[in-house]
Write a protein that binds this ligand. Structure first.
Ligand code: PNS
Length: 167
């Protein structure tokens, strides 16, 4: 059985992420969507919340499993017998960061390949941080986020903003 990991912060999952996960599931028998810790990012959603949003968003995609993992991606790939790490690439701006991570993972796990999948053109601009910023100021994110989690994401980001407002 071929196993791939789609790792990320998913804070929260966007339609761009979902597209990469769906396309990966057409190539591999099993896709592990791993919510991991990126120490360089301050997240808005807890790991449990991100897992819950991802599980709802990926329901119905065959062979997809959503997990949370704190530790090295290379170790987790070995533990699960994954042969590939699949990451979405939006633009050249993503490349340096992704290339650095891919080389680090290659050193830690030489038997695991990182594969880059180009994003669909309509999602090139899309990122979780952009979605959060738009939602925070009441903008429309309905074309950016899976419909089944839209209300929860909006509510949560609004709460975050209200709790940060000066009294
Ligand atoms: O969605 P992101 O934030 O670009 O994903 C980055 C992530 C979470 C996949 C990366 O930070 C990661 O792999 N974290 C786990 C720790 C690790 O293995 N670090 C070494 C490779 S950079």
């Amino acid at each position: 059985m071929s196993i791939a990991i789609c790792p990320g912060s998913y804070d929260p999952v966007t339609l761009g992420h979902l597209d990469i996960i769906t396309r990966t599931s057409r190539i591999f028998d099993h896709v592990i969507v791993a919510v991991m810790i990126n120490p360089n990012k301050k997240t808005s959603f807890t790991v449990e919340e991100r897992i819950d949003l991802l599980r709802r968003a990926t329901e119905g995609i065959p062979g997809v499993e959503v997990v949370g993992f704190t530790g090295l991606l290379a170790d987790y790939a070995h533990r699960r017998g994954a042969t590939a790490i699949v990451k979405g690439l939006r633009a050249v701006t993503d490349f340096e960061y992704e290339f650095q991570m891919a080389l680090t993972n290659k050193k830690l796990a030489p038997d695991v390949e990182t594969l880059f999948m180009t994003t669909r053109s309509e999602y090139m601009y899309l990122s979780s941080s952009m979605v959060k910023q738009v939602a925070m100021f009441g903008g429309d994110i309905s074309e950016d986020i899976p419909a089944c989690i839209l209300e929860d994401v909006k509510k949560r980001i609004c709460c975050e903003r209200n709790s940060e407002q000066p009294k």
